[in-house]
Design a protein around this ligand. Sequence first.
Ligand SMILES: [Zn+2]
Length: 237
Amino acid sequence: MQNKINQFLKLQKIDIEIAEFEKSFENLPKEISVMEAKIDSENIKVNNLKEKIDKLEKEMKNYNNEIDSIDNKINEQEEKLFSINSTKEFEALQKETGDLKRLKLEIEDSQIKTMESTDNSKKALAEMEQFFLSEIEPLRTQIEELKSKLKEYTDKKDKLSVERDNKTKSLDQDFLIRYESLMVDNPPVIVPAIGETCSYCCLTIPPQTYIKVLQKTEVVSCPHCRKILIPEENPDE
Ligand SMILES: [Zn+2]
């Protein structure tokens, strides 16, 4: 029994090392995805602004076309005025021309607003692109670095896991199943009982359980946290 426990204490030492190693890079995937999300959101902002500028420029073009066609109409009507003899017809045409001129003024007002809006958006885009270049673009390099670091760590961890699994082949398989099921909550799995107290959950264990722990003839689990209990003086090796 003692020999069995000692073998598993060795396995536990490896498992603690693996768990600590995993902890050292557990935040990497999150760091990477935070940076990727930042790049995505900045890209969306830049694209939205570009679309807005496109729309404004199209609007501007439409206004120009409308003004051209109004100008043509006004010219036509002004030419017509010379060939009209009836006063009534003359007045009607003059009113129509007046309406067109007012419409043209309205469009020109809108045109100025659109132009201002376009200028502001272009300024904002230039600033945004500058920011993207200096603050966001370098994130790509950082992400690549973190990814290669993560791969390096993952490869190393996989190697450790393979080594560990090879070691477990020579161990008592029944005990191993019990040990592995407890490993789900992370190491340690085997913990000393300090007096009648489990050193892991700090709860008191029944005296008869503690006696069994000291006898070292069977595998005893803490009735509270289910960790495997060994006597305090148990050597590490
Ligand atoms: Zn416990």
